[in-house]
Design a protein around this ligand. Sequence first.
Ligand code: MN
Length: 242
Amino acid sequence: MTTLFISDLHLQEERPEIARALLNLLADPGKNVEALYILGDFFEYWVGDDGITPFQDKIAHAVKKFSETFAPVYFMHGNRDLLIGNQFAHQAGCTILKDPCIIDLYGEPTLLMHGDSLCTLDVAYQRFRRATRNPIIRWLLLKLPLSYRISSIRKLRSNSAKQGPMKSRDIMDVTSDEVIKTMEKHNCQRLIHGHTHRPDRHTITVNGKPAERIVLGDWEKQGWILRSDDKSLELKSFPINQ
Ligand code: MN
């Protein structure tokens, strides 16, 4: 059996080729897939489940079809789509996971995270993150009129567009101390996360033993997927056709 991991697609109407690459993957995920994990920043932005666009709705449909045809889908919030809620989860037929979360990946306890909480050098962002993860603040944010949320996100997006695509918060790398502290706390020798747009596999030392940190890639220039079975893990890129 095989388990798939993806993150940081930053799906948006302006990049239809990325959505097409995802739809192709969902229609033909390969043999014996038993689960798909989406580790955040699936969408470029999310104003709330009540503001789902026809584009986002189409993606939700495709995810649901995948879950009915092939395997269950698990979704973890990223910083871009942290307002995704139960209505979307229902529409897309997926289960929302807490960040962090531990899964048993073919016998190996594996820690899953989006990765933004590991970038502790960005102190201002960590403050913002704690606030937006607070259930009361989330509830209040979602109580704001939809039109206001849409115009705020539009403003944020046009500001970050000036800095180049997908930049801003996502360019920070993780702090190694925080990685080791987090893995030791959860007693895991393997971590899989996204967010930093630095796809790679790092051998590190956790609890005095060799451990691994696997970073998923963003889909800005090519697609990235991690495939795991009971024998091996493979982090691979593939072209996104225009
Ligand atoms: Mn992110």
